[in-house]
Design a protein around this ligand. Sequence first.
Ligand code: MG
Ligand code: ZN
Length: 230
Amino acid sequence: MEIKIVKDVLEKNKKLADNVRELLRSKNRSMFNFMSSPGAGKTLLLERLIPELLKRNVKVGVIEGDVATLNDSIRLQHTGVPVVQINTEKFGSLCHLGSNVVLAALEQTLEEEIELVIVENVGNLVCPGEYDTGSDINIVIVSVTEGEDKPLKYPRIFQKTNLAIINKIDIAEACDADIRLIKENIRKIAPENPIMETSARKEIGIAELADWMLAKHKVILESSNTLILK
Ligand code: MG
Ligand code: ZN
């Protein structure tokens, strides 16, 4: 019985995630879901990444997910892009974003001129990997402070993502972190996936990430156009 309930929840989530994707296609938008444990540096990464994307002439919007506070949305204000904050404490303090709340957030942005949506998921390496948000691309971030074995301990999220980012590489030495071992562990779980190294603080690897995202963005929009033609 319990198993059935869980399955129903995930099935319902999947259906709404398809609705999210339909809405994205109808508005000619792509969506990128950033996931990590708390404190891996998602928000600072976005603070650096968004200006790089804007330089490349793509209109960005953000959906911010946190259990509580507007802190991250406030931090992104200086980028000038539209931000919708979701506080999951209003939905039972969920530790992940479900497609239902993402859909509701997206519906609030329909008047905005947005081409590329960034979702900052709730800090958590477990259930964000289970709940499809309707995003086209899923990205997982691990920071060098978290221990090299994170990919082995949380394999699911690494399997479900299209890109893994190792963040805070500028302090790897100070933390005695072995970046090569982190990479090796990611490859054990997701051998096909690209891995990028970044330092949001020192602005390393941000331009490369923006280029990678823009290339994906173009592919997503082109493939949706072909679907429409068919
Ligand atoms: Mg954050
Ligand atoms: Zn959760």
